[in-house]
Design a protein around this ligand. Structure first.
Ligand SMILES: [Zn+2]
Length: 246
C-alpha cells in the first residue's frame, strides 16, 4: 500500500480532532478570528491566505468536458453525530465508496455549512453538505450537495433531531440515516481542484459539486444556523489559474 500523503493525513486527523472538539479551535467565522484572518492566526494556516487553489469558489467560466459519471457505492449508515465549535459532523460506517476519475475513495464523514460555501454563477444556496472521502493514499475527494429552499428534508430531520446540543459532544445514531438519501437523484457534477474550506486550508482536494440541488425547508435551515451559533461558511475564494469542468 502507498503511504498516505503526510499533509492530507494530517488534515484528515485535524478534521476529525476539530470536529470532536478535542482541540480548541483558534479560528471562527466572525470577528478577529474570522476567515479573512485565518492565514495570520497560525503559521500552519498560511495556505488560507497564500494558497493558489483555495475553496470554496463561485463556479463560473464553466468548461465543457466529457466527465465520467460518478459512481456511488454507498452502503451502511451514519454511525455518530459530533458537534464541533463550527460544524456538525456525521461519521459514516466503513465500506461506502465513490469512484471518480478512475480512483476509488472511501466515505469518511458528512458535514454541513449554512449558507452554502460554493456558489453557481453567483447564486448562493441556504445549505451545503460536504461528503468527505479519502483514497488509500490519503487524497481527499469531497462531493458537495447544495440545497434549495423547499419541503422539509426527512433525512436531514433525522440528523438535526439527534444533533448534540453542545460543541465537543457526540452521540450514537438511533434513527437510521443513509448517506445515499442525502444525494439528489441526478449526480451530474462540476469538477475542480481546491482545498479544505477550514484551516489549515490544505490543497490537493478534488471537488465534485453536484449540479442538481436537494431540498431543505426554511425552518431546517434556521434550526441548523441556530445550533451552530451563526453562519459557518467561508466566503468564495479566487479561482486564479483553475478551470471548472462540467
Ligand atoms: Zn465543509
Amino acid at each position: 500500500m502507498k503511504k498516505m500523503l503526510p499533509a492530507l493525513a494530517a488534515a484528515l486527523t485535524l478534521l476529525a480532532a476539530g470536529a470532536a472538539g478535542a482541540a480548541e479551535e483558534k479560528w471562527s467565522y466572525a470577528g478577529e478570528t474570522g476567515p479573512e484572518y485565518w492565514g495570520l492566526l497560525d503559521p500552519a494556516y498560511a495556505l488560507c491566505a497564500q494558497g493558489a487553489s483555495q475553496s470554496p469558489v463561485n463556479l463560473t467560466g464553466l468548461i465543457e468536458a466529457d466527465l465520467e459519471p460518478l459512481k456511488f457505492d454507498y452502503t451502511g449508515l451514519v454511525t455518530k453525530l459530533r458537534r464541533a465549535n463550527s460544524t456538525a459532523q456525521a461519521d459514516h460506517s466503513a465500506g461506502s465508496f465513490l469512484t471518480a476519475g478512475g480512483r476509488t475513495y472511501e466515505l469518511k464523514q458528512i458535514h454541513f455549512h449554512a449558507p452554502s460555501e460554493h456558489m453557481i454563477e453567483g447564486q448562493q444556496f441556504p445549505l451545503e453538505a460536504h461528503f468527505v472521502h479519502a483514497a488509500a493514499d490519503g487524497q481527499l475527494a469531497v462531493v458537495a450537495v447544495l440545497y434549495n429552499l423547499g419541503d422539509e428534508n426527512p433525512e436531514l430531520k433525522k440528523l438535526w433531531q439527534q444533533m448534540p446540543a453542545k460543541a465537543g459532544q457526540e452521540v450514537g445514531m438511533a434513527a437510521q440515516v443513509r448517506a445515499e438519501k442525502l444525494l439528489p437523484e441526478n449526480r451530474d457534477y462540476y469538477r475542480l481542484s481546491g482545498s479544505l474550506t477550514t484551516p489549515p486550508c490544505t490543497e490537493g482536494v478534488l471537488w465534485l459539486i453536484l449540479k442538481n440541488q436537494s431540498a431543505v425547508s426554511e425552518e431546517q435551515t434556521r434550526q441548523f444556523t441556530e445550533l451552530m451559533g451563526g453562519p459557518n461558511s467561508r466566503p468564495a475564494q479566487l479561482l486564479k489559474a483553475r478551470a471548472v469542468l462540467q
